[in-house]
Design a protein around this ligand. Structure first.
Ligand SMILES: *[C@@H]1O[C@H](CO)[C@@H](O)[C@H](O)[C@H]1NC(C)=O
Ligand SMILES: *[C@@H]1O[C@H](CO)[C@@H](O)[C@H](O)[C@H]1NC(C)=O
Ligand SMILES: *[C@@H]1O[C@H](CO)[C@@H](O)[C@H](O)[C@H]1NC(C)=O
Ligand SMILES: *[C@@H]1O[C@H](CO)[C@@H](O)[C@H](O)[C@H]1NC(C)=O
Ligand SMILES: *[C@@H]1O[C@H](CO)[C@@H](O)[C@H](O)[C@H]1NC(C)=O
Ligand SMILES: *[C@@H]1O[C@H](CO)[C@@H](O)[C@H](O)[C@H]1NC(C)=O
Length: 306
């Protein structure tokens, strides 16, 4: 697997020297807009440039080395790039996420997704206070989400999809007031949904638009989801949720997609639909309830889709 792989720190120095010599790319990424809804991710990935420099200071601010299939360790020479604000090392094969990435304090965009590495999420990432976008999806990360994510006020998008993360969602994530999307699909989270929602009900509840927790092992009944009033997408497909109809869905006025497929929910379809009809009626585009134990009649749906 390592055959033909470039050693990263060597490569990095080449890139670094090259960038310093040709410091005129003018690809400032100081004001990048971050969008994190899944289909747009590919577009972000396709936006491959390599190295970007900030004209005014002549330093490397952007390093994009995705899909060049480097293997090995990331050398700490990366730390020389003190002004680095954009780092994309996705689709490579490193052994481990180095803790020192938490010292690249100017980072606003960090993508270490796709078979990058194994191990824990370094708690040092909690020091990346300017980060807007954090993508660690499709690695082999285990353990719980670090409690240290409490100094990341700018963070808008967290994507940890496709790992082996367990436990719950720490309260600190619920205190990120700019958080728009939290994607933890395909992990091993196994706590009660009630506490998960409680933990998210800091100021993040007013900014969050998408909560994607599909295919975990969350338990318990559907709590009152009305506190998540800014939500547009809620995906709880494939968990172990059970019990009767939700306490309330009545205040979620921008909801576009609610996916509760493949749980053990019982109770009345009519009540769910009536709750949704209070406010989400005009925004709702997809309601997925298959493979549960709901009862009721199809005409119950007529209030929603007329
Ligand atoms: C970023 O750019 C957008 C549009 O180009 C602008 O509206 C916004 O104010 C800028 N934000 C910052 C922080 O410069
Ligand atoms: C990631 O690893 C899995 C399992 O080893 C493999 O099936 C998949 O093709 C790999 N993906 C990439 C992008 O390398
Ligand atoms: C953040 O950085 C400070 C010093 O810069 C250090 O003392 C602290 O341990 C770091 N925190 C984490 C979570 O790494
Ligand atoms: C809630 O947050 C606390 C503190 O961060 C954490 O210990 C606990 O595991 C979280 N619970 C759930 C269900 O997410
Ligand atoms: C659900 O929460 C909303 C907002 O916090 C509140 O107004 C409503 O009374 C609650 N509904 C139930 C049935 O607990
Ligand atoms: C939603 O349904 C619950 C019964 O589960 C009911 O108590 C509540 O009043 C309903 N809320 C709205 C806003 O319709």
């Amino acid at each position: 697997m390592r055959e033909g792989g470039l050693h990263f720190h060597f490569y990095l120095w080449l890139v670094f020297l090259f960038a310093l010599t040709v410091a005129s790319f003018g690809l400032g990424v100081k004001n990048q807009s971050v969008r994190c809804i899944a289909p747009e991710r590919q577009a972000l990935l396709d936006f491959k440039i390599g190295v970007g420099c900030d004209n005014s200071i002549g330093n490397v601010v952007k390093l994009d080395l995705d899909r060049i299939f480097i293997t090995g360790e990331i050398g700490s020479s990366l730390l020389e790039l003190k002004q680095l604000s954009y780092l994309d090392l996705s689709f490579n094969h490193f052994h481990k996420i180095p803790n020192f990435i938490g010292s690249l304090s100017d980072l606003t965009y960090l993508d270490l997704s796709d078979n990058f590495s194994t191990g824990f999420i370094p708690h040092q990432f909690g020091n990346l206070s300017r980060l807007l976008y954090l993508d660690l999806s499709y690695n082999y990360l285990w353990g719980s989400i670090p409690l240290s994510f409490d100094n990341m006020p700018a963070l808008q998008c967290i994507n940890f999809e496709g790992n082996n993360l367990e436990g719950g969602i720490p309260k600190s994530l619920g205190k990120i007031c700019n958080l728009k999307e939290l994607n933890l699909k395909d992990n091993e989270l196994s706590e009660s949904l009630l506490v998960v929602v409680k933990n998210l009900s800091g100021c993040a509840k007013d900014s969050l638009q998408a909560l994607i927790l599909a295919r975990n092992q969350l338990t318990g009944a559907l709590p009152n989801l009305s506190i998540l009033s800014s939500f547009q997408r809620i995906n709880l497909r494939g968990n172990n949720l059970e019990g009767g109809t939700p306490k309330s869905l009545g205040n979620i006025c921008n909801l576009k997609e609610l996916d509760l497929t493949n749980n053990k929910l019982s109770g009345s379809l009519g009540v769910v639909v009536k709750n949704l009809s209070v406010c989400a009626k005009n925004s709702l585009q997809a309601l997925l309830l298959a493979r549960n134990r709901l009862t009721g009649a199809l005409h119950d749906l007529s209030i929603l889709f007329h």
